[in-house]
Ligand binder design. Structure first.
Ligand code: B4P
Length: 188
């Protein structure tokens, strides 16, 4: 069983690579960003709450995010495992994920971090913003706020899993195939 955390700053290619990994390994893809956008699209109370944070480039509060993740895990059992994309983004989220997996008799097996510099991130996200319709991709100030949130709150999650030898960093610059091959090698 593989339970992979695909890690990295916004725009590092997590969502992009996750779709390829899912098709090769038969894992279930859980993207908290996609789950929030689904809730926003349906104007649910959770979506309205999340939108206020996402539009500013801030993280959605842990209690909202962890509850949503637990519901998703409960509704998508998969013996082959999961890719967690954009989760955990804080230490309390990482602790909650470990507890949730432990209660199911499993655990995180890999954390792979995509390493991409800030200027490349800004370029990629502004480019995606031209077609994605995502408000958080259309404003450079919001994108830079997301990078600061990543450095402050999310990057410590790498060290959290490094203590148990699970964290690996790979170069996130290159073609989609080159990066997928690096992830494949890291998983083996
Ligand atoms: P996410 O949806 O997770 O957004 P993201 O980090 O921007 O996406 P991702 O990193 O997957 O995009 P990708 O690189 O694939 O989160 C959005 C917001 O939701 C957060 O800011 C936060 O507010 C909230 N949120 C989500 N999860 C949360 C949590 N756990 N706790 C609290 N809040 C949470 O793609 C980026 C672009 O780069 C694409 O256009 C792609 O085509 C391009 N690209 C990808 N790989 C490339 C490559 N190799 N070369 C060139 N371009 C590439």
């Amino acid at each position: 069983m593989i339970n992979l955390i695909l890690f990295g700053p916004p725009g590092s290619g997590k969502g992009t690579q996750a779709s390829t990994i899912v098709s090769k390994f038969g894992l279930t893809h859980i993207s908290t960003g996609d789950l929030f956008r689904y809730e926003i699209g349906n104007s649910t109370p959770l979506g309205l709450k999340a939108k206020a944070y996402m539009d500013k480039g801030e993280l959605v509060p842990d209690e909202v995010t962890i509850g949503m993740l637990e519901n998703k895990l409960n509704s998508t059992p998969n013996d082959k495992g999961y890719i967690f994309d954009g989760f955990p983004r804080t230490i309390p989220q990482a602790e909650a994920l470990d507890t949730l997996l432990d209660s199911r008799g499993t655990k995180i097996t890999h954390l792979i971090a995509l390493d991409v510099d800030d200027e490349e991130i800004v370029k990629r996200l502004l480019n995606r913003g031209k077609t994605s319709g995502r408000p958080d991709d259309q404003n450079e100030e919001v994108i830079r706020r997301r990078i600061v949130e990543y450095l402050d709150k999310t990057s410590p999650v790498y060290e959290f899993y490094e203590k148990t030898g699970l964290s690996q960093k790979i170069d996130g610059i290159g073609s989609l195939d080159e990066i997928f091959n690096r992830i494949y090698d890291a998983l083996h």
